[in-house]
Design a binder for this molecule. Structure first.
Ligand code: FMN
Length: 185
């Protein structure tokens, strides 16, 4: 079975995006191995501490290298991706050893699926910007452009913290699961 690493673009415990990821995990059960990336201890990018790479950075890089694919579930912050997610990707866009331009980066060519839960735009702008970022020359991830899942959260999510997915949203996620399994082969 293929291994898919879930990256949640939200740090909060009750994250709606985490709940969406858990739903995808249920749909993937028995068809792929799902792991969640813990990047909570990755420091802010600072070139003074870039080499030798901090342990937390090595750890996430190894994890990314080890899996067949990534699936990012991210909220939209001000029509874009959250800063901590950008920080993680910035680290992944750099070599572990100064000046090493030979060794491919763990993220190069990695297959990626994108989903998100948020307000009216259903994270469309965040996903658009993620696609732009992840296909930059240093990163060159292999994004499954379609289908993606964009969930516009229900009223109860905002007022009571309860995510209720419509049948249509569930179907969208199910189709993305099926398509991504096919995409990663
Ligand atoms: C700094 C900040 C900016 C936000 N900007 C947007 C936005 O541009 N679009 C949107 O749909 N929601 C926006 N939101 C609301 C998030 O969608 C909402 O907080 C959501 O619950 C975050 O996802 P999470 O539950 O996975 O943490 C913003 C929230 C924060 C904290």
């Amino acid at each position: 079975m293929k291994k898919i690493l879930f990256i949640i673009g939200s740090l909060r415990k009750e994250s709606f995006n985490r709940k969406l990821a858990e739903e995808a995990e249920r749909l993937l059960q028995g068809r792929a191995i799902v792991e969640y990336l813990d990047y909570s201890d990755v420091p802010l990018m600072n070139q003074d501490i870039e080499f030798p790479a901090p342990d937390a950075v090595r750890k996430v890089r190894d994890k990314v290298a080890e899996v067949d694919a990534l699936w990012i579930f991210s909220p939209e912050y001000n029509y874009s991706y959250p800063g901590h997610l950008k920080n993680l990707i910035d680290w992944l866009s750099r070599p572990l050893v100064a000046g090493d331009q030979q060794t491919p980066l763990a993220i190069n060519g990695k297959k990626v699926a994108l989903s998100g839960a948020g307000g009216t735009a259903a994270t469309a702008k965040c996903r658009e910007k993620l696609m732009e970022l992840l296909t930059l020359p240093f990163i060159r991830a292999d994004i499954m452009v379609k289908p993606q899942t964009g969930i516009q959260l229900n009223l109860e999510a905002w007022t009571e913290g309860r995510v209720i997915m419509t049948n249509e949203q569930r179907e969208q996620l199910k189709q993305q699961v099926d398509s991504f399994l096919e995409y990663i082969g």
